[in-house]
Design a protein around this ligand. Structure first.
Ligand SMILES: Cc1cc2nc3c(=O)[nH]c(=O)nc-3n(C[C@H](O)[C@H](O)[C@H](O)COP(=O)(O)OP(=O)(O)OC[C@H]3O[C@@H](n4cnc5c(N)ncnc54)[C@H](O)[C@@H]3O)c2cc1C
Length: 345
């Protein structure tokens, strides 16, 4: 467990990004007894694999002739479970500062503070950020009435909620928020959805029972004042309708942006972080970068490259977390001490 002290969470290694490479880093660091806390802006682990192509088979993971991207993430989560990593989802790592004692202070966009002896940036192509829908004036309501993710469900209780989109996020949140909403309207351009069929069926069943309202169309205008939304206009096949709305959740997909990492004073080329190939350390000692986010001569943006980088990074991180401790090279097949850590001996 990370220690909590005056609301500052302390851990050995803070990992920015819970994509496949950040997840595997927990394993390699765990074998050396280092505790990890991972922060990701997404609401679940898996990075690109979970967000962009969960059902596609991957054919170049060593030892797996074929494995779905989500299957790989599920296996990684099982593989790292003996090390009990902690996760903070739905948060962007915003600030990173080196302290006088050499440790790092990391802050999120919700002002949570973490302290770690080592920081591993496994941020892939950058943080996934929501696409803003083309609704005139929507910016004025963002943060008060318009949200692109649900961080605290309580903010939606008793509200007139409108959800826009036809993918998994739109349908998941329709089903999760409907029981606590005053009213819920789901808006999608057409009656076909990209979401899991079971959730689509549940949504249509709730519509039959008049517990939510599904509208085909597009949101074309918002009305309200002082950043607080009162209503939205939907342009549908039968013309315009105005619906009371106090919370709008558009799910129009995500783009990847490097975000605050660009401001951390690291040596970058075209948004990639320079590292050495011995330790995968950045230009700032104690900060490592592994996976798609790093650059070195010959770099290949492959999951297996990130796994290799994680193994070498862990050795170097151990020297920082436990200075002076001897590092012994061991195989998991034959080391009883490693097997104990994995809970198999
Ligand atoms: C369609 C497709 C198919 C692919 N097929 C293959 C394949 O067959 N084989 C293969 O090896 N590779 C494949 N790849 C590439 C592979 O997915 C990437 O190499 C891999 O995901 C990189 O892992 P990562 O952990 O470095 O980064 P990512 O998977 O990008 O994860 C990084 C995570 O960091 C988070 N993050 C970033 N910045 C912040 C921040 N400031 N705060 C909080 N969180 C942050 C992001 O939200 C993200 O979840 C494919 C990619 C795509 C898009």
């Amino acid at each position: 467990m990370s220690e909590t002290n005056d609301n500052i969470k302390k851990t050995d290694v803070l990992i920015v990004g819970a994509g496949p490479v950040g997840l595997f880093a927990v394993f390699e660091l765990g074998l050396f007894d280092m505790k990890c806390h991972l922060i990701d802006i997404l609401d679940r682990p898996g990075g690109q694999c979970a967000e962009l192509y969960p059902e596609k088979p991957i054919y170049d993971i060593p030892g797996f002739p074929s494995i779905s991207a989500q299957g790989l993430v599920d296996n990684l989560m099982e593989q790292i479970s003996p090390f009990k990593p902690e996760f903070t989802f739905n948060r962007m790592v915003a600030g990173l500062e080196k302290q006088a004692d050499g440790s790092f202070r990391v802050t999120t966009d919700e002002d949570e503070v973490f302290e770690a002896k080592v920081v591993v940036i496994a941020a892939g192509g950058g943080s996934f950020q929501p696409k803003r829908p083309p609704i005139p004036g929507i910016e004025a309501y963002e943060g008060n009435s318009v949200f692109y993710s649900v961080r605290r469900m309580e903010e939606f209780r008793g509200q007139d909620i409108m959800i826009v989109g036809g993918g998994d996020s739109a349908l998941d949140w329709t089903l999760n928020l409907q029981p606590i909403a005053k009213s819920l309207t789901l808006v999608h351009r057409r009656p076909e959805f990209r979401a899991a069929p079971d959730n689509v069926n549940k949504m249509f069943a709730l519509q039959e029972e008049k517990r939510l309202d599904f509208q085909i169309g597009q949101v074309t205008a918002l009305a309200g004042n002082d950043g607080r939304l009162h209503s939205a206009t939907i342009k549908g096949p039968d013309g315009d309708i105005e619906v009371p709305v106090t919370r709008l959740l558009p799910f129009f997909g995500l783009t990847m942006k490097l975000g605050p990492i660009a401001e951390w004073g690291l040596n970058l080329t075209e948004n990639l972080i320079h590292v050495d190939t011995e330790k995968f350390e950045t230009s700032v000692p104690g900060i490592f970068a592994i996976g798609d986010i790093n650059w070195y001569a010959g770099k290949l943006k492959l999951i297996l490259s990130g796994f290799h980088e994680a193994a070498l990074m862990a050795q170097a991180a151990k020297r920082i977390v436990s200075p002076g401790e001897r590092i012994v090279f061991q195989y998991t097949t034959s080391s009883t001490s490693l097997q104990k850590k994995l809970g198999v001996a």
